[in-house]
Design a protein around this ligand. Structure first.
Ligand SMILES: [Zn+2]
Length: 236
């Protein structure tokens, strides 16, 4: 479809499909005087030419394109790039495309990456205009408000499931609190979790001071000590 087309037929086909566009302004001097597509012997291809006297710049039909790029190589000419883009848009994986055309993986990767970047740029630009059901910017969240313990012996209940959760969801349009919608969720009952060690944190605790009385005693010497001891014993 793309590989065997001549250069002019390919450019016409891509322009008809809206993939290529005739530049409305010259990218070099910004003047609106861009001439028709003509064959250029010097560049060996079909180009547009700015007709402003001070500029006269030539522009490739795929120059300044968000996905295509200009390359003189045989495996990465416009025919191949268009074929790779076709594969990328119909959902063929990047690896398969590389094997299918037997071309350098870099050519395929470049087209696939450029397509992704172009899509992301488009979504970024259109993001503000995208609306869901008349709402513009919606926030949604859920919260657990409590839990209850189920009787383990209840019939029709999965064995070992012991905890039921009270869970609510909410939707609100950003900047319009009156649009808040609350709805009760029905989460599945779960097992009881094993008790953990609890939050681990370094706590500082204050202890009351303990005072001790200091004694200053003078003990007698060796023989004296024995004499004193005997005296005490005798008197007792
Ligand atoms: Zn120009």
């Amino acid at each position: 479809m793309f590989l065997n087309k001549g250069p002019l037929a390919l450019i016409k086909l891509l322009t008809k499909d809206g993939i290529l566009q005739k530049p409305t302004k010259c990218p070099h001097c910004a003047s609106a005087s861009v001439g028709p597509l003509k064959y250029c012997k010097q560049w060996n291809g079909y180009v547009y030419r700015c007709s402003k006297r001070a500029c006269h710049c030539r522009i490739w039909p795929h120059g300044f394109h968000p996905i295509f790029y200009h390359s003189k190589g045989k495996g990465s000419d416009l025919n191949m790039q268009a074929s790779v883009l076709f594969c990328a848009t119909v959902g063929i994986p990047q690896v398969s495309t590389h094997l299918l055309f037997d071309v350098d993986a870099k050519v395929v990767a470049r087209i696939y990456n450029n397509l992704d970047a172009a899509r992301a740029k488009f979504v970024h630009r259109q993001e503000k205009a995208i609306a869901y059901g008349g709402w513009c910017d919606v926030e949604a969240d859920e919260v657990d408000l409590g839990k209850g313990f189920l009787d383990d012996t209840t019939d029709g209940q999965k064995k070992g499931v012991t905890t039921a959760w009270e869970q609510w969801g909410a939707l609100v349009e950003r900047g319009r609190p009156e649009s808040l919608r609350l709805f009760r969720l029905n989460p599945a009952a779960t097992n009881t979790r094993a008790p953990g060690p609890g939050p681990i944190c370094k706590r500082v605790t204050w202890e009351k001071l303990h005072y001790t009385k200091v004694y200053d005693l003078k003990l007698p010497d060796g023989p004296l000590l024995v004499r004193e001891m005997l005296k005490t014993l005798m008197s007792a």
